[in-house]
Ligand binder design. Structure first.
Ligand code: ATP
Ligand code: MG
Length: 412
């Protein structure tokens, strides 16, 4: 992609009303556009990051046998009434609207009930189970406060997955597989070392559910950590957990975190509430065991922007960077050589953002840093003469000059 064709422009200042660091940086660099508090558009650069995060999640969910689908944003009132969750005294974040004939409908804040309802059409016998389904879907939540940039949207992308089993043991086994798959996701996103499987409240049939909490000062949660024993507890359940796990509160370190993901064992409660059953080998009607597993895709992008940035801008890990290299041309011969290098790199499958603008080198360098592209490659008149290019690593600032074939080897 040529920078001259990008419609976005970098900004020196973030909009005055944007208080969160992740959104300030992402708006300045042209990744997102703020429509209103809690609602952000994803621009060409931003969508590339979102898609890369989704792809990592997709690969790991496929690897544990889950099937991708997309449910609808419009939802039926009667489906949610079965579990008393249409009621705003139970769920206070609903966006609701109505059809022309006055039928009330809801905008999806979750798909737990609709997916269970849908499965009544597909699950009859034990032979149909187990099933695991997931989607990347835009969730609508009328959150009271939306001051954390893309980390708390009123409209945001979630990966939600649901699994259906004939026995508790089968659900428990799958639940453990999901924990391992999630660990691989956070590892690949570059936050594995800072993300903890955390005991949280609200498990059905089990005392706790689990959250994946990533350490960041921008987070809205607080957890208690035992780094040596690798135990983390959400402050909501700290008293219970301390008792249960046999640890003392004094041993725990208090840290600020963001909830990156969340997994939940519903037991058979939803099945019974919603009337989804299967028949076993003896033809007897049985309840299903259900698990629910979320990852905040756009929240992760915000968390990573917060954690991986410095005073010059964003610092994306290579795995989710919109482009691997930012190519800068300086001078007339430099521009010619950069054109050729751009063609060569892209034909080899390297993702390059090519700053072909007629701008001062300093301005191009500053944009490369603000955008946080992992490698900056500079081609100048002087370097062309020496048959070399300059490579700078965004994260460390390390700089070397090298020949084109060495550059290719490095970027592959
Ligand atoms: P929170 O406590 O932060 O409101 P939640 O408990 O409501 O989260 P879930 O309903 O379990 O979250 O959603 C699954 C995942 O979706 C969360 O772990 C989080 O990563 C993400 N998520 C939840 N709410 C938002 C939001 N408003 N904006 C962006 N991501 C969100
Ligand atoms: Mg919430």
């Amino acid at each position: 992609m040529r920078v001259s064709r990008l419609f976005t422009k970098t900004l020196k200042q973030a909009p005055a009303d944007e208080v969160s660091r992740n959104a300030q940086l992402l708006i300045r660099a042209g990744y997102v556009y703020k429509e209103m508090a809690g609602a952000y558009a994803y621009l060409p650069l931003g969508i590339r990051v979102v898609e890369k995060i989704k792809q990592i999640v997709r690969e790991e969910m496929n690897a544990i046998g889950s099937n991708e689908l997309i449910m609808t944003t419009l939802q039926r009132r009667e489906v949610w009434e079965k579990t008393h969750r249409w009621d705003e005294s139970t769920v206070d974040i609903w966006f609701k609207t109505h059809l022309q004939d006055k039928t009330e409908v809801g905008l999806a804040w979750s798909h737990e009930e609709p997916i269970v309802e849908m499965l009544k059409h597909y699950v009859q016998s034990y032979k149909d189970l187990p099933i695991s389904l997931y989607q990347f879907q835009t969730k609508m939540r009328n959150e009271l406060r939306a001051k954390s940039g893309i980390m708390r949207g009123r409209e945001f992308i979630m990966k939600d997955m649901y699994s259906f089993h004939t026995t508790k043991e089968d659900l428990d086994t799958y639940y453990e597989q999901v924990i391992e798959a999630y660990k691989r996701v956070y590892e690949r996103l570059g936050v594995g070392d800072d993300t903890y499987v955390t005991f949280a409240s609200g498990g059905a049939f089990t005392k706790f559910s689990h959250e994946f909490q990533t350490i960041t000062d921008a987070g809205e949660d607080v957890i208690y950590l035992h780094r040596e024993k690798n135990i983390a507890v959400n402050e909501e359940v700290i008293d219970d957990a301390v008792k249960e796990l046999g640890i003392s509160r004094d041993e725990l370190e208090k840290v600020k975190t963001a909830e990156s993901g969340n997994i939940f064992n519903f037991g058979t409660q939803k099945t019974d509430e919603m009337g989804l059953y299967y028949t076993d080998k003896d033809g007897k009607r049985q309840s299903l065991w259900i698990g629910s597993y979320g990852i905040g895709v756009t929240r992760m992008m915000g968390v990573i922007a917060e954690k991986m940035s410095d005073d010059k801008g964003l610092v994306w890990p290579v795995n989710i960077a919109p482009y691997t290299a930012y190519l800068v041309s300086i001078g007339e011969n430099g521009a010619k050589a950069a054109d050729e290098l751009y063609d060569k790199l892209t034909s080899e499958g390297i993702e390059v953002l090519y700053d072909d603008r007629d701008e001062r080198p300093g301005a191009k360098f500053a944009d490369a840093e603000l955008l946080g592209i992992p490698y900056r490659v500079t081609v100048s008149d002087r370097l062309v003469e020496a048959g070399q290019v300059e490579l700078q690593t965004r994260k460390t600032g390390e700089q070397t000059t090298l020949a084109t074939d060495e550059l290719l080897a490095k970027l592959h």
